[in-house]
Ligand binder design. Structure first.
Ligand SMILES: O=P(O)(O)OC[C@H]1O[C@H](OP(=O)(O)OP(=O)(O)O)[C@H](O)[C@@H]1O
Ligand SMILES: O=C(O)c1cc(=O)[nH]c(=O)[nH]1
Ligand SMILES: [Mg+2]
Length: 194
C-alpha cells in the first residue's frame, strides 16, 4: 500500500485534522491523525490491518501468541490485528497514569507478543506498553502501528511495522511558531484526562 493510498483512507474517513493540538507527549502540532475515525468503519479497519498484519508476519521471525495494545487508541486496531493474525488481543489501560492489565487479562510466561498502537509520535506510549508486556512475563517480538509520525525516528526498542511513516513537526509548549500560538489548542487524546 503506498503512502498516498494510506492517506486517502485517512482523508476519506475525515481523520486528517489541521489546527492546534496538544499531543499525548505534551508536544504541540498543527496536524492530528484521528485514528478513531478511520477505525469506526469495520471494512476500512480490516483493509488497513490486513496490510499491516502482512508486514508484521514478514518482520517477526517465529510465531506470535498474542497482541497487546495501550488503551484507548490501541484497542480497536489491536483487536483487528489480533483477528488478522489469528491470535487473541488484550489491552492495557491507565490506572493512576500507569498502563495496567485489568478485566481478567493476563500474559502467559514467555508468550510472544506483538504490541499494537494506532499512532507513534515520540514512542513513549509504545515503550510504556512494551514495559508492561515484559513485566507481565511476555516477550515483545515486534510492534506495529497504523502511522509512525516520527518519520522513523522514534526508538521503541523493538522492530516497528507501520503502514506509512510521516515526519510531522512537533513543538514544545514554549517554542510555538506564531501561527500556532494564535489558535486555541485542543487535546484530543485521553492521557491525563480527569
Ligand atoms: O508516541 P506517543 O508520543 O506516546 O504518542 C502516541 C500516543 O498518543 C495517543 O494516545 P493518547 O495518550 O493521546 O491517549 P488515547 O490513546 O487514549 O487517545 C496515541 O493513541 C498513542 O498512544
Ligand atoms: O501524539 C499524539 O498524541 C497523537 C498524534 C496524532 O496524530 N494522533 C493521535 O491519535 N495521537
Ligand atoms: Mg493512545
Amino acid at each position: 500500500m503506498t503512502q498516498d493510498e494510506v492517506l486517502n483512507e485517512f482523508r476519506a474517513a475525515g481523520a486528517l485534522l489541521e489546527g492546534h493540538f496538544v499531543l499525548s507527549s505534551g508536544l504541540h502540532s498543527n496536524r492530528y491523525l484521528q485514528c478513531a475515525r478511520v477505525l469506526m468503519d469495520p471494512q476500512r479497519a480490516a483493509r488497513l490491518c490486513a496490510v499491516l498484519a502482512e508486514q508484521v508476519r514478514a518482520m517477526v521471525t517465529g510465531h506470535i501468541d498474542l497482541v497487546a495494545s495501550p488503551a484507548m487508541g490501541g484497542v480497536v486496531v489491536g483487536y483487528e490485528m489480533g483477528r488478522q493474525l489469528g491470535v487473541p488481543s488484550i489491552f492495557f489501560e491507565r490506572v493512576d497514569g500507569k498502563l495496567t492489565l485489568r478485566r481478567g487479562f493476563d500474559i502467559a510466561k514467555g508468550a510472544r507478543v506483538v504490541m499494537v498502537e494506532d499512532i507513534v509520535t515520540t514512542g513513549l506510549s509504545s515503550r510504556e506498553c512494551i514495559e508492561g508486556i515484559n513485566a507481565e512475563g511476555g516477550v515483545t517480538v515486534g510492534a506495529a502501528c497504523l502511522i509512525d509520525r516520527s518519520g522513523g525516528k522514534a526508538d521503541i526498542g523493538v522492530p516497528l511495522a507501520a503502514l506509512t511513516r510521516l515526519d510531522i513537526p512537533t513543538y514544545a509548549a514554549d517554542k510555538l511558531p506564531p501561527e500556532l500560538a494564535a489558535i486555541p489548542a485542543i487535546k484530543p487524546g485521553s492521557r491525563g484526562l480527569k
